[in-house]
Unconditional design. Structure first.
Length: 206
């Protein structure tokens, strides 16, 4: 799908239980944009589950993104999540899934950049079984741990392949485990939007 069509399959603007979704503007990839590199992506720059996905999807022909939010966080704010859709030529979507598994296998533990006086922070990655949706799925589990305190923050990404497209729901580091699970629970609705011939509008008032 081109980016404009892909965008129409994002989560709708109005979601259950008072949650809302706001899509980013459509950005088409320039013609002739570079595809997958022959050089495997580096562990450098990996921070969370979404960063693993981003490093593994350079061969996508189009993308569409949205932020969604709702509920009540532990700080009495809203719980944020992000949805990203990718479309690929040929077998690119399956190859991207394999690339994620390979990248996590090579980058189980990554020390994050820091100033000399800052505590060591390490991002740890693992691949877990994904939901029974689409043609294949996985969860990239990401945990950032501070060496001095041992405190950890989780920021996973759930990935489902539907034909030549990938549906990704990801959370941010500030969420609790329960909040991250709440974000991931939007995946069935996201897959329904991608497979629907008449998806609900992503833009309010459409």
């Amino acid at each position: 799908m081109p980016a404009a069509e892909l965008r129409t399959h994002l989560l709708p603007a109005v979601l259950p239980d008072g949650w809302t979704s706001v899509a980013d503007p459509t950005e088409e990839k320039p013609k002739g944009a570079a595809g997958a590199s022959a050089t495997p992506p580096s562990c450098t720059g990996l921070l969370d589950g979404q960063s693993v996905v981003d490093a593994s999807t350079t061969a996508s022909s189009a993308t569409a993104k949205a932020m969604f939010s709702g509920g009540h966080s532990v700080d009495n704010g809203v719980i944020p999540g992000m949805e990203t859709l990718y479309s690929f030529p040929g077998d690119g979507a399956h190859q991207a899934m394999e690339g994620m598994r390979d990248l996590v296998g090579r980058c189980r533990s990554v020390e994050l950049p820091r100033a000399s006086w800052e505590p060591v922070e390490t991002a740890g990655f693992a691949v877990a079984e994904g939901p029974r949706l689409g043609d294949e799925s996985l969860v990239i589990q990401a945990m950032v741990t501070t060496g001095t305190t041992g405190e950890s923050q989780r920021a996973d990404a759930t990935v489902v392949r539907v034909g030549s497209s990938l549906v990704v729901i990801s959370s941010v580091l500030s969420l609790t485990r329960e909040e991250g699970d709440t974000v991931a629970a939007f995946m069935p609705a996201a897959v329904d939007q991608v497979t629907s011939d008449h998806p609900e509008p992503v833009d309010a008032g459409s």
